[in-house]
Design a protein. Structure first.
Lengths: 144, 144
DNA sequence: AACAAAGAGGACAATTTTGTCCGAATTAAA
DNA sequence: TTTAATTCGGACAAAATTGTCCTCTTTGTT
């Protein structure tokens, strides 16, 4: 469904948000440990998220990654997925046709619309804050 | 969403079904032309579908691929996807956790359930015959 | 100013996915 | 029985994804 990079990116963002809510910066080492991902690869993905203005990085001693507290509730899963995997997953054709629409649909087009709409809705209506709070309350987990 | 191999496999199966309904066998050359896919790679995927008893192959001159007419309406998209990509796409965790369930859910678990259920339903309730008939009636297309 | 603790970025490596090629086996037809 | 048309299977190649490592730069602290 999502690429590994995207999975790590989502989990990392949630963990950073969780810590930013408590005014703590976190680095790739701690992040990768908490979300069970390869450290250097995770660092690369964090760089991409910084470039896409999803998270902030502070260089130098006592640096790390954080998210502006006021942004945490406005950053949606769709923003993160878009920054890493693009929007093909919830906009593209299920069978990979370049042009696939009501005029010239692929065989799955009609039925696939529902799945895509559900996925789009999930991604666009879920914000980082709610995900971070679930973790904080012990209602969901970032690793096994 | 699906791998390229799976996309090709689905489209190829539909095209073979369409032709089997009219008692025509088709080979990799014609198939890949009609579904716009690389020929040799498509041939490999067809082999996999044969091994999984989704389609039949007849070797030698005048050979080719076909599907038993009586099977066309009982082969589901899920069968094809399963044979090529496995069932992770509609059974696995959206964030890649090995164990992700109501007891120990990932942050997307609850919301993702809907998407997965929708996808599972689509795949398990759509049979090759209906897809092939849509193509035949010019209501959907296998390439641009 | 020197040092240590960070992120940034580029080069590289491993793995997976996608794709190609060719010889062997099979079969119908001449 | 030869030939041509075909699938099968393995080896290979290319591209994308995943992952590692090392150096550079930035910045707070002493």
């Amino acid at each position: 469904m999502f690429s590994k990079a995207c999975e790590y990116g989502i989990k990392a963002s949630i963990f950073i948000a969780l810590n930013s809510l408590e005014h703590r910066r976190v680095g790739p080492k701690e992040i990768s440990k908490e979300i069970n991902s390869p450290e250097a690869f995770t660092a690369k993905i964090l760089q991409a998220l910084v470039r896409n203005n999803i998270i902030n990085s502070i260089k130098g001693a006592h640096g790390g990654f954080e998210i502006d507290k006021k942004d945490i509730k406005t950053i949606m899963l769709a923003d993160i997925v878009n920054a890493i995997d693009g929007d093909n997953i919830y906009k593209g054709c299920g069978l990979g046709l370049q042009q696939c629409n009501a005029d010239k649909p692929c065989p799955m087009h009609e039925k696939f619309k529902l799945v895509r709409a559900e996925l789009k809705n999930l991604l666009e209506s879920t914000d980082l804050e709610s995900l971070a709070l679930d973790i904080k309350l012990g209602e969901s987990f970032l690793k096994n």
